[in-house]
Design a protein around this ligand. Structure first.
Ligand SMILES: CC(C)(COP(=O)(O)OP(=O)(O)OC[C@H]1O[C@@H](n2cnc3c(N)ncnc32)[C@H](O)[C@@H]1OP(=O)(O)O)[C@@H](O)C(=O)NCCC(=O)NCCS
Length: 427
């Protein structure tokens, strides 16, 4: 099947492939679901310039025409968080007195800013997190008929994105929900969002942790290119406070809650809009347990409880730092080189927002010099690490000043390990 398809599309031998007849054959097949595989297959056998020319002629062009942001109602400063944490530590150390348990050490706002660049975070519930007796958000379960929390966040971000793209919900025919944690196994929350917005077509949930949004964008592009959808809504409702152990000094400050949304349309539908063409996307995964959360549907059967330390976010922060930074820098550099885009022509890097030093390291490696603050926007100071949504918040807030033709890279990275880079050009 594969070779027959390849023969149909690429049929003529190499010397004839650049001729008009060859182009016609390829364009006739442009909505075929296997086209990406054909491109990869041919790369080995034909000159590179010919292949990229043919590929660019044959691929359906897909554009981001709108983005949306839902910011939760409550913000917590480092000072507030540390006050609650240290009150918990004092109480816990009182309990430990006279036992053989080691006393706990306190946290400090100065350490948090120095180690991460984070100054505050938004959360869906503040009072539970700041209660030294609880140290976790209070998010009561909703009745069956009520929308789930993630659905509510996604609908708000989606409405913002639809307005940005000048579309109605009825114009969308695919919803991809892409985030790190889901509040239930099924039905898919994406289908609940689809229903809440009155969208026809299909919807599904997916999860590649902090890289979910870029993986979701590549899925959206594939669906549009294959002719399975015309317009895709991709949403990232992250309730990271739910998987964070606020009693753990090493990471209690890392995460925040948020939801972002992205609308993707084909060239025909995007015409006339200020939009961002997706020139290419590239995904990579390399297995590691250094960022891990073992919560799962078998918990009931292994004698654990939901607040066991391994059922929440845990990481080897230093190892993550050392291993992920070079992986990401290499990915962006190689991705740009493969598309024959000079790094000098890149105006902006919208990077995953986990740690300021990580982003400084990656951008310096990619650009070969110190970047300006405009070139590599920071939102983690205000939002903290919002997992998959971080790079999309940066894109949402820091793209409108760029001129037509400007090129930027949206890049996410995290658990898996996983890395996703999307090269964008403003129309
Ligand atoms: C997590 C992270 C911020 C920690 O920063 P770090 O500089 O590596 O800090 P360390 O954990 O090595 O701790 C350094 C010191 O600060 C102390 N410390 C740790 N937490 C502290 C806190 N909350 N307050 C005060 N001091 C603290 C440690 O005890 C240690 O002290 P020591 O040197 O006397 O042993 C950093 O490693 C990081 O961002 N890693 C990547 C994280 C990431 O992107 N993860 C992906 C998630 S999706």
């Amino acid at each position: 099947m594969f070779s027959r398809f390849a023969a149909n599309v690429w049929g003529p031998p190499a010397p004839r492939i650049g001729e008009p007849a060859g182009f016609r054959t390829i364009q006739a097949a442009q909505n075929h679901a296997c086209l990406r595989f054909a491109t990869i297959w041919v790369r080995d056998s034909f000159p590179r310039a010919t292949v990229s020319l043919l590929a660019s002629r044959s691929m359906t062009r897909v554009f981001i025409t709108g983005t949306g942001l839902f910011t939760p109602p409550h913000s917590i400063s480092n000072e507030e968080l540390v006050t609650a944490f240290n009150a918990y530590v004092a109480k816990e150390n009182e309990r430990r007195e006279g036992t053989d348990e080691e006393p706990l050490a306190g946290s400090s706002p100065e350490f948090i800013v120095k180690a991460s660049g984070i100054r505050s975070r938004f959360v869906m519930n503040k009072s539970g997190i700041l209660d030294p007796e609880r140290m976790a958000p209070s998010l009561p379960q909703r009745a069956q008929g009520e929308p789930s929390l993630q659905c509510e966040m996604a609908v708000a971000a989606a409405r913002d994105a639809l307005e940005d793209a000048k579309l109605d919900a009825s114009d969308i025919d695919c919803v991809i929900m892409a985030c790190s944690n889901y509040q239930r196994a099924y039905p898919a929350i994406a289908i609940e969002v689809q229903h809440a917005l009155g969208i026809n077509g299909f919807a599904y949930d997916m999860n590649v942790a902090c890289s979910s949004a870029t993986f979701g964008i590549q899925n959206a592009v594939a669906s549009i290119a294959a002719g399975n959808a015309r317009r895709v809504l991709m949403v990232n409702p992250e309730i990271c406070s739910g998987h964070l152990d606020f009693r753990d000094r090493d990471c209690h400050f890392i995460f925040g809650d948020v939801c972002t949304a992205v609308i993707l349309e084909s060239e025909d539908d995007a015409r006339g809009k200020v939009a961002w063409e997706i020139l290419d996307s590239k995904l990579r995964t390399v297995f590691s347990s250094n960022v891990r959360n073992d919560a799962g549907f078998l918990d009931r059967h292994d004698g654990s409880t939901p607040s066991d330390r391994n059922k929440l976010f845990h990481q080897e922060g230093r190892k993550v730092f050392k291993e992920v930074c070079p992986l990401v820098a290499a990915q962006i550099t190689e991705h740009l080189a493969a598309k024959e885009i000079a790094v000098q022509d890149v105006s902006r890097l919208w990077l995953h927002q986990a740690n300021l030093t990580m982003n400084a390291y990656i951008s310096k490696r990619v650009l070969g010099r110190e970047p300006s603050t405009e070139e590599v926007p920071v939102v983690l100071d205000e939002y903290a690490n919002t997992s998959s949504a971080g790079s999309v918040i940066a894109f949402h807030k820091h793209r409108r000043d760029l001129q037509e033709g400007a090129i930027g890279v949206l890049c996410s990275f995290g658990a898996g390990y996983s890395v996703g880079s999307v090269i964008l050009r403003r129309t």
